[in-house]
Design a protein around this ligand. Structure first.
Ligand SMILES: *Cc1c(COP(=O)(O)O)cnc(C)c1O
Length: 391
């Protein structure tokens, strides 16, 4: 099997239509056909490359080829955002009367799909505590069609036992979809444990430079064909330039992830011993309640950690204000460190009650970038010190 870096550099080689070393940007909304039969075939070819950009584009196909190879799946597709990926997937795979299981700790947008969008369309949903594999089994009904998981979860870094979940779902003929945004295929490959479909906010680590909104889905071609058909209707098409930037970003993923992992672990370790901090959530810490599972299903633990301050929201906010390098921002996964107060970030997508259920008010999410480890740790400790002095 090829190494990850070779894959990210070469997996799209066959899709280069000419001799340019770097693929050109196909900034075109449509392609032409000389014959009626070619035109007609293009209209129905899933994830084709030369019919109409909403149906597919060479820049989409190139980025998707690398994602599929990295995730170890038969096929992949790209979308205009991570939310486009998951919403299109559930609209494609669930119908009125069906039941979908999700997690209590999950990205705010995914929570809003499960709590607000799907029930409006007649799809019932149950959110479970992912740390308890049996909770998924208890939530199963004869109408359950899909289970959506996210591991590690945003922002609490709870883990899902992927092997146990996939086994359970297969036994009941239920499809599993895993959000692999936080781990990336470098740190975890959900399909190795039997998960059916993987999705990403490619806005984050896959692109890696905070300059593109994009999403990706990877899985068996037959399932992606269904999602692709629905994507023609949701129309959340990734622009060719953004697909090109995404491909350019993915090329260096295997170089970036080890530094994110090292910075995440160093920050988690240092902050977990600071007196202003009541708890650090990071699966790489030996004290994380699911550390054993993390070691079993992950190769690295990522750049995101979340930190709870004993003083609640005020202290969390003061900490954010004292940080010198991580700026206050809703994203993660880029070269620069960012920090955010998740309860404020998701207020537009969830009701107050849903928010209180999802995240503690004093929680700060820190996303370590690629800066030097010592500089990030010194900065975070100084900010935590400042919080104590002013308290
Ligand atoms: C950001 C994020 C999303 C949403 O992706 P967008 O690209 O912002 O639409 C989904 N899941 C996780 C874990 C995320 O961090």
């Amino acid at each position: 099997m090829l190494g990850k870096s070779t894959v990210t550099v070469h997996a799209d080689r066959e899709i280069h239509p000419d001799r340019a070393v770097v693929p050109p940007i196909y900034q075109t909304a449509a392609f032409s056909a000389e014959e009626a039969s070619v035109f007609a075939a293009g209209a129905i070819e899933p994830r084709g490359q030369d019919f109409y950009t909403r149906f597919g584009n060479p820049n989409h196909a190139q980025a998707a080829a690398v994602v599929a190879e990295l995730e170890g799946t038969e096929a992949a597709m790209v979308t205009a955002s991570g939310m486009a990926a998951i919403t299109t997937a559930v609209l494609a795979l669930a119908s009125a009367g069906d039941h979908v299981i999700g997690q209590k700790s999950t990205y705010g947008g995914t929570a809003a799909v499960l709590l607000n969008l799907l029930p409006r369309l007649g799809v019932s949903t149950t959110l479970v505590d992912q740390r308890d594999p049996e909770a998924f089994e208890r939530a199963l009904t004869s109408r359950t069609r899909l289970i959506l998981v996210e591991t590690p979860s945003n922002p609490l870094l709870h883990l899902t036992d992927l092997r146990a979940l996939a086994e359970l779902a297969r036994a009941h003929d239920v499809l599993t979809l895993a959000d692999n945004t936080f781990a990336t295929p470098l740190n975890q490959r959900p399909t190795d444990f039997g998960i059916d479909v993987v999705w990403h906010s490619a806005t984050k680590y896959l692109n890696g430079h905070s300059d593109v909104s994009a999403g990706a889905l990877a899985g068996p071609a037959q399932i992606l064909d269904r999602i692709w058909s629905t994507s023609l209707l949701t129309g959340a098409t990734l622009g060719p330039i953004d697909a090109w930037l995404l491909l350019r970003g993915i090329r260096t993923l295997p170089l970036r992830i080890p530094r994110h992992n090292a910075n995440g672990l160093a920050l988690a370790d240092a902050l977990s011993r600071h007196p202003a901090v009541s708890q650090v959530h990071y699966p790489g810490l030996a004290t994380h309640p699911q550390h054993k599972l993390a070691v079993d299903q992950m190769n690295g633990f990522g750049g995101v950690l979340s930190v709870e301050f004993a003083g609640g929201y005020e202290t969390a906010d003061a900490f954010l204000g004292h940080l010198r390098y991580p700026r206050r921002s809703a994203s993660l996964g880029g070269v620069e460190s960012l920090a955010v107060h998740p309860a404020s970030m998701w207020a537009g997508m969830l009701s107050d009650d849903q928010l209180t259920e999802a995240v503690p008010p004093g929680l700060v999410r820190l996303a370590a970038g690629l800066e030097d480890t010592d500089d990030l740790v010194a900065d975070a400790l100084a900010a935590a010190d400042a919080v104590l002095t002013t308290a």
